[in-house]
Design a protein around this ligand. Structure first.
Ligand code: DMJ
Length: 468
């Protein structure tokens, strides 16, 4: 009897497979290692485009086969610096050697340019530090130290919270109004996004420990504290603050762009440095965020916008940048919320075959249709896979990868999308696509490439390790 049941079960499984695929000999889904190889090949494809058309510049414009530099013609080699540790993790030795040689030969910070402290810290300082830890090449640490020294004057404001811009040669600081196009949003003079203040502790703290120079971590830690102590009674922070007066210039609170990595770094500061104060700030913030921003309804769990003082809901928008939060929730041990929020993000992705920048989850309507080749939802799938081992996140990773190839691949690299509805492309391959998007995809399929519990990823996916 038992044998008959087993035989029937085998038959049902075979028939099920035939039914699902339409024919018995349909190809089996690619193996995890094969998917890792495919991601690696796509990385090489994107890198080749950079090599061919943007070598020595910040970023590739894949449609016009030209280059983009962030500050006039003064390149900070954003793409090679951001991409180097991904190459090392993927075992792309020749590419990594060539990128490192370019960096060592040409990267100089002795430039009369006002740079965005936050972006340069997470991409360039973070990239140099992780590549130093992976290669032990002291010259990378020397570059990081030079950069850190030039960025430090940004913190010399009356409150200790950093200005948004700092000149690498003169140390002169300036507020956000100096370049509104770059910021993409109107910000009052000296009004600085909260995340730009609270987000530098991982990179500067690591630099301090690797160089034995405490000065690098004192100022960013003070800035983090100054921002945190200005939270409203609700426990929430707003989006913009005046670093000269310490007054909020926007009371809008959310977990998306402008605030996102502030929360991420509170938790990671505890994980990387064992800093209990950061840990306490994280737990207080998480309570507030879960109370006032979380929106649990028939459409699933989402995190919207609220007024930081009253806690009242002001908008029901979520988007590609918010999608890092399941990763942070998972890292903090809150797997229940992490799973549910990732499911919501996945709905947002699958509705159009790729996720929009901003989505109204109540109206189920796209608010901003672009896709900037962002990594956050993939990063969250990676963390969830690590903690739960649930194959569901492997399948998600595969879906993200295939959609990216389908919609964003070009002959010379990868391009952002103007719209996830029309799939019309835009002429940019941001450096974080190589630093983060492809790295997290690769790690989903090849988790042994890194010791997850031995590192803390900065917000640009640069793995930092306690070596002190
Ligand atoms: C990256 O530079 C970082 O992940 C940052 O935290 C947010 N923006 C981009 C990716 O979307």
């Amino acid at each position: 009897m038992r044998n008959t049941i087993c035989g029937l079960l085998v038959l049902v499984v075979i028939l099920g497979a035939v039914g699902a695929t339409g024919r018995a000999s349909a190809p089996r889904p690619p193996h995890r290692a094969a998917l890792a190889l495919r991601v690696r090949e796509e990385f090489v494809h994107a890198w080749k485009g950079y090599e061919r058309y943007a070598w020595g510049h910040d970023e590739l414009r894949p449609l016009t086969q030209t280059a983009r530099d962030w500050y006039g013609e003064q390149s900070l080699l954003m793409t090679p610096v951001d991409a180097l540790d991904t190459m090392l993790l993927m075992g792309l030795t020749a590419e990594a050697e060539k990128a490192k040689a370019l960096i060592l030969e040409r990267l100089s910070f002795d430039k009369d340019i006002s740079v965005k402290n936050f972006e340069i810290t997470i991409r360039v300082l973070g990239g140099l530090l992780s590549s130093y830890q992976l290669t032990h090449d002291r010259r990378l640490l020397d570059l990081a130290e030079d950069l850190g020294t030039r960025l430090l004057p940004a913190f010399d404001s009356p409150t200790g919270m950093p200005y948004m811009y700092v000149n690498l040669k003169t140390g002169q600081t300036s507020g956000a109004k100096s370049n509104p196009a770059e910021i993409g949003t109107l910000i009052l003079e000296f009004g600085t996004l909260a995340r730009e203040i609270g987000t530098l502790i991982l990179e500067f703290g690591t630099l301090a420990r690797l160089t034995n120079k405490e000065v690098f971590s004192e100022k960013p830690k003070r800035a983090l504290g100054e921002l945190t102590r200005r939270r409203a009674k609700t426990g929430l922070v707003g989006e913009e603050i005046d670093v000269e007066t310490g007054k909020w210039t926007s009371r809008t609170s959310h977990i998306g762009g402008g605030i996102d990595s502030y929360y991420e770094y509170l938790l990671k500061c505890e994980k990387l440095f064992g800093d209990k104060e950061c840990g306490a700030w994280w737990r207080e913030s998480a309570r507030a965020v879960n109370k006032y921003l979380a929106d649990d309804g028939p459409n699933g769990l989402w995190y919207g916008e609220s007024d930081m003082v009253s806690g009242r809901r002001t908008s029901t928008t979520y988007g590609a940048l918010h999608a890092f939060f399941p990763a942070v929730l998972a890292l903090s041990g809150d797997l229940g919320r992490a799973r549910r929020l990732q499911d919501s993000g996945f709905q947002m992705w699958t509705a159009n075959g790729i996720e929009p920048e901003v989505f109204d989850y109540r109206l189920r309507r796209i608010v901003s249709p672009g896709y900037q080749l962002r990594p956050e939802i993939i990063e969250s799938a990676y963390y969830l896979l690590h903690y739960t081992k649930d194959p569901r996140y492997l399948a998600m990773g595969r879906r993200f990868f295939e959609d990216l190839v389908r919609h964003c691949r070009t002959e010379d690299g990868y391009a952002t999308l103007k719209s996830v509805v029309t799939h019309e492309k835009k002429d940019l391959m941001p450096s974080y696509f190589l630093a983060e998007t492809l790295k997290y995809l690769y790690l989903i399929f090849s988790p042994d490439a890194i010791d997850f519990d031995g590192v803390v990823f900065n917000t640009e996916a640069h793995p930092l390790r306690r070596t002190w």
